[in-house]
Design a protein around this ligand. Sequence first.
Ligand code: NZQ
Ligand code: ZN
Length: 386
Amino acid sequence: MLNFSFYNPTKILFGQNQIAKISKEISPEARILLTCGGGSIKHNGVYDQVLAALAGRTVLEFSGIEPNPTYETLMEAVRVVREQRIDFLLAVGGGSVIDGTKFIAAAAPFTGEPWDILAKRAPITQAIPLGTVLTLPATGSEMNSGSVVTRRATQDKLAFMHPLVYPRFSVLDPTVTLTLPPRQVGNGVVDAFTHIMEQYLTYPVNAPVQDRFAEGLLLTLIEEGPKALATPEDVAVRANVMWCATLALNGLIGAGVPGDWATHMIGHEITALHGLDHAQTLAIILPAMMNVKRDRKRAKLLQYAARVWEINSGSEDERIDAAIERTRAFFESLGVRTYLRDYGIGAEAVPALLAQLERHQMTALGEHQDIDLATSRRILEQALAA
Ligand code: NZQ
Ligand code: ZN
């Protein structure tokens, strides 16, 4: 196992009726800004539950944080935070609202140009404290220190991480996910699955705890994910999917093992240029990545085939082929298509995607930093169509 330091300060309030407890987590004097997306929380009762829990508190509101949150929108919220002297941010929504709120938290007290936090990794020294009420299990943002923001004007989708933007608390009430459209349920399972794969599918470092954790989470998503679509009213299923997605990217399974975030980095460029949902890009890139990197990932691919899909017969390459096909079929069974052509994107799009990767210094990706632009080209070409 590799050396690591592990830190995660986010308090999780899990289960039904936990929204009612948030007032205990926020100082009574706080001037709170509730941040949210395009309106889902106003139709499914979550907004009313949050306001009831914060009765008597000073609560302002900023709505309209879009999927793949934009710098342009978030800077409007930064102005509100500064003008209204906000000292607590409450993000109510999916990964986009939470990520956007983390950026607001870091940008509001920042003295320079806040875009530099993303583009130049400018150091931040303070952030407004934040809490979250999660409505879409997928990103893990509710219990991690990452945030991904898009600048619409320049089509840059960039990430930053900082311990100051860990949520102070996150409410995980699975009942609030019952109103998710099937597309977002499928997306969430694919995103969480890919997060686990990117911390698991590298090379062995004698870390059986992390491997068994990762395999357990993958198997849980394989078992519970389809149930969330087939029996959408089943709260127990939603609870399992929700906790799985949080554990997939809260730092635990990635501590002490190598990571390969190339699928995400290439995927972000597809969203930046073509507007696909985050998880759609992962469903496209991950199978192609597994195939192109089969030699250097061979040992873990065979372990994945055997332990997750029970594929034990055939040559090594046949087992790897079968594992890749099972992964692709799993994503497709969740309603998430796995080729660029399925989204109307053809070979003519590849050069611009490679140019984006180059512009963002994404030219040495993967656990061995050996995914250069030529390798990314092969991955994108394989991802075009069957
Ligand atoms: O905007 P509203 O009206 O709230 O509707 C949202 C949105 O349209 C809707 N939704 C959310 N909860 C709902 C609901 N609809 C009905 N009922 C509910 N309970 O779902 C739509 C998508 O929401 P969004 O927040 O965009 O989805 P997701 O959670 O998948 O977040 C995706 C973003 O997270 C980033 C992605 O890049 C993308 O920008 N990521 C963040 C990560 C992190 N912070 O660690 C890691 C991830 O890999 C990812 O990159
Ligand atoms: Zn993701």
